[in-house]
Design a binder for this molecule. Structure first.
Ligand code: PLP
Length: 970
C-alpha cells in the first residue's frame, strides 16, 4: 500500500468528521455516501479514497495543502449570501440599446424551460433519437431566423452577435473569390461588434477598414463588408445600392440585423445580403448583464458547408418517419480539425429554445404587434423631443432615437436621467441615444421626455401624441413579405396549449432527470437547484451589459470572488471571465500567448504542437489564431509520446509558440510526465496551453499553474455545474500565469483591460455574466474540502465502472497502477469481428434501457468514453453497469449464433412504441425482449420518439426549416 502524505491524511480525517454530514450540500452533490464509498473501495481492493488518489495522481504534482477557499455554506446560507451581493446591484431602467434590450420572458417559458431541468440538463443532441424535442424547438428557431431574415438557411445558434459577425467575416474570407485580404466594417456598427471583429482579424492578418459607407468606393479590394441594420445609432438606411456595389467588387455582404425590427422592415435577404447575423436576446431572454443569449447566423443554401456551428436538419428514421438530427456533421471541427473554419462547439441551445418558444407563443401577429407598439412609442418620443426643441439625428428609425445636445447640456441630461434611475446611451460628447423595447410604457416615455424638459412642464400630453400617431405604423423600408406562416407559429398562443407543447417536446428528450448521462469529457454532473435559482433573480437578470459600473457593484463582487476562487483552484495569477465557451477560452488563451511572444519581439513564433488525441476544437482554435498546427504522436498507453514531442519541439524551436495539452489526457489517465512535457516546451521558448475540460479530475488534488501550464481554460459548464442546456450555454474563462496577465482580453465599451490587452473576444465584457452565479454557488457550498472530496469520488466512480465493465469491455488505457482518472475508454472494436456490432448499435440499444450513450468514437474510433462524475450514486452506477453487461450478453447471443447477425435487438435499436405495438412483428426476438430488457424499464420506461435515424438521407436532401404539416402526416 502506498502511504499518502500526512497532510492529506489529515484532510481526509477532517473531511469525514466535519464535512460529510448527511444534510450538508456536499452530501447532496456527491452521489455515494460514506458507506457506499467504502463498498466501492472494497470492490477495487483499496483501503481508502486517499490510497486511490495516491495511486492515480502522480505524486510529483500533488498539491500539498488544502485550497484556500471559504468554509462551505449550506444551500440556504449560500443563497442568503448571494442575495446580499445581488442587493448591491441597482436595477435602473436602461434605454441603452446597442444590441441589448429589456424584454418580457413569458412566465410559462421562464418556469417551464429556463427553470426546468427537463430542458436545462440535457446534452447536445448527438443522440437524436432521444433528443427530438429540443431538435424540434431548434428547427423552429432556424425557421424563425430564415423567415425573418429572408435568407435560405440558418444554424441553431452562435454565442453572441459580435462573434457571429466575426464568424461571418471568416466565412466570407473563405468563400470570396476576389482574393482580397481586407474587410470593410461600417462605422455605424455596434462598437463591441467592431472590436470583436478586429481582434479576430488581427490574428489572421486580415485588414479591417472601418469607415463611412458613403465614402467607401471599393477602390481598395475587400472580400466582404459588415453593415448594421438598423444602424447602431438607430437609423434605418437603405443599403441596396451599396450591396450592389459590393457584389460588383466581388465582396460578400453581412448584415447584423435586429431580429425584432425585421417583423416590420424589409429583411436583409430581400436587399441582397449574403449573410445575416444578430442576437435573439430580445425574444424573451433576460439581459443578464451580458448573457447568455443566442446569436443567429443565416445565409444562402450554397454556403451550407461553410456555415459555423450546428445546423438541425430534417431526415427520416428506419420506418420512413420524419426525424430530426444535426446535419452536415462533417463540417464540424471534431472532424475537420485544423481544416475547420470555426471552432464553435458549445453554443446557446437553451436560449435559442427560449427565443423559438417566444416566437411560437406570440406568432407572427403577436410579434408584429410588439414591434409596432415599440415603433409607436419611439415616434411619440421623437415627436415630443422635437416639440421640446431638440433635434434628432434621423426620422428613419424603429426603436432608437439619437438626440443632439450641446456638451454642457449632455451633462445636465445625464444627471437628470440618473436622478430618475434611468440609463441613456452616451454616443459621443454631444449625442445621446435612447432605445425603447417591449417593456417600455407610455409612462416611461413621459419620464424620458421629462428629463429633456428640465424645469419646464411638458407642453403636450403624451397620450394625445400617442393617439395622433397611432395610425403611423409603417416605418421606412417597410416589409411586405409574410413570415412565420407555418402552423407551429399559429397554434400555441394560449398558455395551456404552449405549456402542453413544451412538455410534449420535453418528454421526447432524455435529460439528467431520467438517468445518468455518462459522457466522457463532458462532465454531466449535478446542476443543483440552489445553484440555478439566482440566475432568474431580477438583480442579476435585468441589468444591461453596458450599465454604468457604479450600478453593478454586486456583479463586481461576484466576479472578483469567482476569479479569486478559480485562480486559487488552478494555481494561476489572473482570470478572465469573458470567453463564452471552452472553444472561446482556447482561442483567447492562444491569442494571449501570441501577444506575449509579440511583445517580446518574437512575433514570428507560430507553431502550435497538438497531440493527436486532442479535442477538435484545439486545432481549430490554433488556426483561428493564425498558428500552424504540428501534430504530436501518442504512445500505446495513450500518453503523449515524449520523444516525438521532444523532437518536434526541437525541430520547430525557432517558431514554437505553444503546446496545447489536455490534462488528465483525453485518454483518461494522469500522465506521469506532465511536468517534463511542460519543461520541454518551455526550454524551446514555447508556452503551455492546457485544455481544462478535464479539470474535474484535478480540483483540490493538483493545479495546472503548479506543474507548468501557462494558460488554461475552464469549462464552467462541465466542472463547475453550469448545465449543458441541450448544447449551451457555457462559459470558458481562462486562467493565466502572471507574465500573461497584462494580455487578458479588454473591452473598450466599459474600459477594462490593460494597454497590452488582446481586445475583446466576446460582445459582453464578462461573457454570460448571469450564469456565473451557478459556479459561485457551487464553490461557495462545497468549500475546499467538498471540492476535493468531489474530485476523489469522481475518480472513484470512474474506477468502479472501469473495474465492473472490464471483463465485458476491455478498458483501453490505464495508468501504471492499473487505474484510470475520472473517465475510462471501453474498447468495443473486437465486437465488430465477433458479432458484427458497431459502437452505434450499443449506443442505440442503451436507449432501450433508458440510458444516454457515453461519448462515442472519441478520442478513439470504435470506443466509448464513460465519465460518471461524482454526482452519480452507487445505485445508478450499478444500474448502468448492469445495462452494459446485459447488452454484452445480448451480443454473446449473436456470437454464439443464437441471435441473427443482422436482425437483432442491437441492430434494430432503439425500438419505438409504435414499432412494438404494430400489428406485424417479424423479428426473431420477442417484443418484450426488445422493450423491457431490464427490470427498471418495467418500473419506468423511457421511449425513444423515433427509430434509428438515417443521417445520410438528410444530408443528401438538405432541409433545415419546418416542413409543411402534410409532410408529418404522410
Ligand atoms: C468540451 C471540450 C472542449 C470544448 O468546449 P466547449 O465549451 O464545448 O466549446 C474542448 N476540449 C475538450 C477536451 C472538451 O471536452
Amino acid at each position: 500500500m502506498v502511504v499518502d502524505s500526512p497532510r492529506t491524511q489529515i484532510i481526509g480525517e477532517q473531511l469525514q468528521q466535519e464535512e460529510r454530514s448527511p444534510n450538508s450540500f456536499i452530501s447532496r452533490h456527491i452521489g455515494p455516501n460514506t458507506a457506499q464509498v467504502q463498498q466501492m473501495l472494497d470492490v477495487l481492493g483499496l483501503e481508502s479514497l486517499d490510497e486511490l488518489i495516491a495511486k492515480t495522481v502522480p505524486q510529483s504534482i500533488r498539491q500539498k495543502r488544502l485550497l484556500e477557499l471559504l468554509p462551505p455554506l449550506s444551500e440556504s446560507a449560500a443563497l442568503a449570501q448571494l442575495k446580499a451581493i445581488a442587493a448591491k446591484n441597482q436595477v435602473f431602467r436602461s434605454f441603452i440599446g446597442m444590441g441589448y434590450y429589456n424584454c418580457i420572458t413569458p412566465p410559462v417559458i421562464q418556469r417551464n424551460i429556463l427553470e426546468n431541468p427537463g430542458w436545462y440538463t440535457a446534452y447536445t443532441p448527438y443522440q437524436p433519437e432521444i433528443s427530438q424535442g429540443r431538435l424540434e424547438a431548434l428547427l423552429n428557431f432556424q425557421t424563425t431566423i430564415i423567415d425573418l431574415t429572408g435568407l435560405e438557411i440558418a444554424n441553431a445558434s452562435l454565442l453572441d452577435e459580435a462573434t457571429a459577425a466575426a464568424e461571418a467575416m471568416t466565412m466570407s474570407y473563405g468563400i470570396s473569390k476576389n482574393k482580397a485580404k481586407a474587410f470593410f466594417v461600417s462605422d455605424d456598427c455596434h462598437p463591441q461588434t467592431i472590436e470583436v471583429v478586429q481582434t479576430r482579424a488581427k490574428a489572421l492578418g486580415i485588414e479591417i477598414i472601418i469607415g463611412d459607407r458613403h465614402k467607401f468606393n471599393f477602390e481598395q479590394p475587400v472580400f466582404g463588408v459588415l453593415l448594421q441594420y438598423p444602424a447602431s445609432n438607430g437609423v434605418i438606411y437603405d443599403y441596396r445600392a451599396f450591396v450592389e456595389q459590393a457584389h460588383q467588387a466581388g465582396a460578400l455582404v453581412t448584415v447584423a440585423a435586429d431580429i425584432l425590427s425585421l417583423t416590420l422592415l424589409t429583411p436583409p435577404g430581400e436587399f441582397g445580403a449574403d449573410i445575416a447575423v444578430g442576437s435573439t436576446q430580445r425574444f424573451g431572454v433576460p439581459l443578464g448583464y451580458g448573457g447568455p443569449h443566442a446569436a443567429y447566423f443565416a445565409t444562402k443554401e450554397e454556403y451550407k458547408r461553410q456555415v459555423p456551428g450546428r445546423i438541425v436538419g430534417v431526415s427520416k428514421d428506419v420506418s420512413g418517419k420524419t426525424a430530426l438530427r444535426l446535419a452536415l456533421q462533417t463540417r464540424e471541427q471534431h472532424i475537420r480539425r485544423d481544416k475547420a473554419t470555426s471552432n464553435i462547439c458549445t453554443a446557446q441551445v437553451l436560449l435559442a429554445v427560449m427565443a423559438s418558444m417566444y416566437a411560437v407563443y406570440h406568432g407572427p401577429q403577436g410579434l408584429k404587434q410588439i414591434a409596432e407598439n415599440i415603433y409607436l412609442l419611439t415616434q411619440v418620443l421623437a415627436t415630443g423631443l422635437k416639440q421640446l426643441g431638440y433635434s434628432i439625428i434621423s426620422e428613419q428609425f424603429f426603436d432608437t432615437v439619437g438626440v443632439e445636445l450641446g456638451k454642457d447640456n449632455l451633462v445636465d441630461i445625464l444627471k437628470a436621467a440618473q436622478a430618475r434611475e434611468i440609463n441613456l446611451r452616451v454616443v459621443n460628447e454631444t449625442t445621446v441615444g435612447i432605445s425603447l423595447d417591449e417593456t417600455t410604457t407610455l409612462q416611461d416615455v413621459e419620464d424620458l421626455l421629462a428629463i429633456f424638459a428640465g424645469d419646464r412642464n411638458l407642453p403636450f400630453a403624451v397620450e394625445q401624441l400617442a393617439t395622433e400617431l397611432a395610425g403611423n405604423n409603417v416605418p421606412f423600408l417597410a416589409r411586405s413579405s409574410s413570415y412565420l406562416t407555418h402552423p407551429v407559429f399559429n397554434s400555441y398562443h394560449s398558455e395551456t396549449e404552449l405549456l402542453r407543447y413544451i412538455y410534449r417536446l420535453q418528454a421526447k428528450d432524455l435529460s439528467l432527470t431520467t438517468s445518468m448521462i455518462p459522457l466522457g469529457s463532458c462532465t454531466m454532473k449535478l446542476n443543483a437547484t440552489a445553484e440555478m435559482m439566482p440566475v432568474t433573480w431580477a438583480e442579476f437578470g435585468n441589468i444591461h451589459p453596458f450599465a454604468p459600473r457604479s450600478q453593478t457593484k454586486g456583479y463586481q463582487i461576484l466576479f472578483a470572488q469567482l476569479e479569486q476562487w478559480l485562480a486559487e483552484i488552478t494555481g494561476f495569477a489572473g482570470v478572465s471571465l469573458q470567453p463564452n465557451a471552452g472553444s472561446q477560452g482556447e482561442y483567447t488563451g492562444l491569442l494571449v500567448i501570441r501577444q506575449y511572444h509579440e511583445q517580446r519581439g518574437e512575433g514570428h513564433r507560430n507553431v502550435c504542437l497538438i497531440p493527436t488525441s486532442a479535442h477538435g476544437t484545439n486545432p481549430a482554435s490554433a488556426v483561428m489564431c493564425g498558428m500552424k498546427v504540428v501534430p504530436v504522436a501518442c504512445d500505446e498507453q495513450g500518453n503523449v509520446d515524449v520523444n516525438d514531442l521532444q523532437a518536434k519541439a526541437q525541430k520547430h524551436s525557432h517558431e514554437l509558440a505553444a503546446l496545447m495539452v489536455t490534462y488528465p489526457s483525453t485518454h483518461g489517465v494522469f500522465e506521469e510526465q506532465i511536468k517534463d512535457i511542460c519543461a520541454i516546451v518551455h526550454a524551446q521558448g514555447g508556452q503551455v496551453y492546457m485544455d481544462g475540460a478535464n479539470m474535474n479530475a484535478q480540483v483540490g488534488l493538483c493545479r495546472p499553474g503548479d506543474f507548468g501550464a501557462d494558460v488554461c481554460h475552464l469549462n464552467l459548464h462541465k466542472t463547475f455545474c453550469i448545465p449543458h442546456g441541450g448544447g449551451g450555454p457555457g462559459m470558458g474563462p481562462i486562467g493565466v500565469m502572471s507574465h500573461l496577465v497584462p494580455f487578458l482580453p479588454g473591452h473598450s465599451v466599459v474600459s477594462i483591460g490593460d494597454e497590452q490587452a488582446i481586445g475583446a473576444v466576446a460582445a459582453a465584457p464578462w461573457g454570460s455574466a448571469s450564469i456565473l452565479t451557478i459556479s459561485w454557488m457551487y464553490i461557495a457550498m462545497m468549500g475546499a474540502m467538498g471540492l476535493t472530496e468531489a474530485t476523489k469520488v469522481a475518480i472513484l466512480n470512474a474506477n468502479y465502472i472501469a473495474h465492473k465493465l472490464n471483463a465485458d469491455y476491455p478498458v483501453l488505457y490505464k495508468g501504471k497502477t492499473g487505474l484510470v482518472a475520472h473517465e475510462c475508454i471501453l474498447d468495443l472494436r473486437g465486437l465488430k469481428k465477433s458479432a458484427g456490432i458497431e459502437v452505434d448499435d450499443i449506443a442505440k440499444r442503451l436507449m432501450d434501457y433508458g440510458f444516454h450513450a457515453p461519448t462515442v468514437s472519441w478520442p478513439v474510433a470504435g470506443t466509448m468514453m464513460v465519465e460518471p462524475t461524482e454526482s452519480e450514486s452507487k445505485a445508478e452506477l450499478d444500474r448502468f453497469c448492469e445495462a452494459m453487461s446485459s447488452i454484452r450478453r445480448e451480443i454473446a447471443e449473436i456470437e454464439a449464433g443464437n441471435a441473427d447477425m443482422k436482425d437483432n435487438v442491437l441492430k434494430n435499436a432503439p425500438h419505438t412504441a409504435e414499432v412494438l405495438t404494430a400489428d406485424e412483428w417479424e423479428h426473431p426476438y420477442s417484443r418484450k425482449q426488445a422493450a423491457y430488457p431490464a427490470p427498471w424499464t418495467r418500473e419506468h420506461k423511457f421511449w425513444a420518439a423515433v427509430g434509428r435515424i438515417d443521417n445520410a438521407f438528410g444530408d443528401r436532401n438538405f432541409v433545415c426549416s419546418c416542413l409543411p404539416m402534410e409532410a408529418y402526416s404522410s
